[in-house]
Design a protein around this ligand. Structure first.
Ligand code: MN
Ligand code: MN
Length: 457
């Protein structure tokens, strides 16, 4: 049996497609790490999770079966379902990232050029810049004002909203441009977003800029200086869609890695009173190296575990270390799906294919496995058993041919805490393009695989 489609009966097909409806909605509405975090918290609360802060404030203890979450700055979230065994026995951890490549507004973004007003951007993550032009784009994010208030902005998602975008040179005048290499066809400083063209009346200098700023003042009560303390992201506008005449796939922005975040979250919601504590990490900043307070290298995770140990028994540093070392983790991140248009970058025996289930990558990295977390075979053998017992279809893959390129995930960071970790995710076509593609079958098997791991590992 090659693909899940051959395995699924009518009821499986129905369950698979229904699950994917929830996912399609989630990525259509959540296009920033903040939106992903806040929506995940809303869903978690509906499913009985409470804020760890509230447990602390109430002076309560944590007991088996309790469901708690830790919110780090609205950009990074950990959910826990407390196990029957003590934390020091280790946790079963799923970790996915919720930041995706995009264009961030600079701190001083607004300028006028020949009666057009533009926002200057700095791209975030690894992008082929030429893919991000000539598309309808939306503006998502927050503006934090001096008075302590925060303004949420989402423009370009409703049918009645305007969209913005970045121009590309017309083919008629692209003689010079077409001679450039792909890396230089569209350059970083040319990713400027056109946002307006009507001048303010009776204004001498920068009349169009004045008009756009007036509009922002009226609508959001923000001033030009407020961009200094803003986090505004330019992302592809519009909802994720069914892809393929048979609707077997989804095209959407930010599958990397919200497809693993959503499936991990849904799997976690279905756990109750597990043997080992279940943990789901949704983390920021993976696309730029996992650094910063909301990235995986931050101490937030260890701090959260320390707080939880203190809420179950007498705290000690040794207990924290034991908890981490005895934990097991699936670093849930996307794989590269085989693309018939570009078969040459793969080695076919070790390539991920659409529809063949959740994908385990023993190692990522580049060149001679540089920078990889090479998972231990003892751990992989345990996983094979868990997947087989739950009838979850999986495949194994590398990220491309040897020496073709490579990539990394958060796997090595948790492995540095001395736990067993393997990359386990869902295959994606067009990775890091404005619109990426996944197979619904893989999304569903990913969710089933994560659930089996939390319950049975
Ligand atoms: Mn990723
Ligand atoms: Mn990525």
């Amino acid at each position: 049996m090659k693909t899940v489609w051959e395995k699924y009966n009518e009821a499986d097909m129905k369950a698979c497609f229904e699950f994917n409806e929830g996912y399609r909605k989630y990525i259509s509405e959540c296009k920033t790490e903040r939106e992903c975090t806040l929506e995940a918290i809303r869903i978690a609360k509906e499913n009985g999770f409470v804020d760890l802060e509230d447990v602390l404030k109430a002076g309560k203890k944590l007991n088996p079966g309790d469901k708690v979450y830790v919110n780090n700055r609205d950009k990074n979230l950990c959910l826990f379902v407390m196990g029957k065994q003590p934390l020091t026995a280790g946790m079963n951890i799923l970790g996915a990232h919720i930041d995706s490549p995009r264009l961030d507004l600079k701190q001083k973004p607004v300028y006028e050029d020949h009666d057009l007003v533009l926002f200057d951007t700095h791209y975030y993550g690894g992008v082929k810049k030429y893919q991000w032009v000539a598309l309808p784009m939306a503006l998502h994010g927050v503006v934090c004002k001096k008075d302590g208030t925060k303004v949420n902005i989402v423009i370009g998602e409703k049918d009645t909203d305007p969209v913005v975008g970045i121009s590309d040179l017309l083919i008629h005048l692209s003689g010079d441009q077409m001679q450039k290499t792909g890396a230089k066809v569209v350059e970083g400083e040319d990713l400027n977003v056109l946002v307006g063209s009507i001048p303010a009346k009776d204004t001498e200098k920068d009349a169009v800029k004045t008009a756009v700023l007036n509009l922002l003042k009226e609508t959001y009560d923000i001033e030009e200086d407020d961009f200094i303390s803003a986090e505004l992201e330019i992302v592809p506008a519009g909802a994720a869609r069914d892809y393929g005449l048979d609707r077997s796939m989804i095209i959407g922005y930010g599958h990397d890695d919200r497809v693993c975040a959503y499936t991990s979250l849904m799997a976690t919601l279905e756990v109750s009173e597990p043997e080992r504590t279940s943990c789901c990490i949704l983390v920021d900043k993976e696309e730029v190296g996992s650094i910063g307070a909301t990235g995986m290298q931050s101490r937030f995770f260890e701090n959260a575990i320390a707080e939880m140990i203190a809420l179950t028994e007498e705290y000690s540093d040794l207990k924290l270390r034991r908890t981490l070392a005895n934990s097991k983790m699936l670093s849930s991140d996307v794989s590269a799906a085989f693309d018939p248009n570009y078969p040459g970058v793969n080695e076919m025996k070790n390539t991920a294919f659409f529809g063949r289930g959740i994908c385990f990558n023993k190692y990522t990295g580049s060149r001679g496995k540089g920078g990889c977390n090479d998972a231990n075979p003892e751990f992989i053998a345990e996983l094979r058993k868990v997947m087989a017992d739950a009838d979850v279809q999986f495949q194994t893959a590398e990220l491309g041919r040897v020496d073709q390129g490579g990539g990394g995930t958060i796997a090595y960071i948790l492995a540095n805490l001395n736990m067993d970790v393997i990359d386990a995710g869902i295959a994606v076509q067009n990775m890091h393009a404005p619109w990426e593609v996944v197979s619904k079958g893989d999304v569903y098997e990913g969710y089933r695989g994560y659930k089996a791991f939390l319950k049975k590992m």
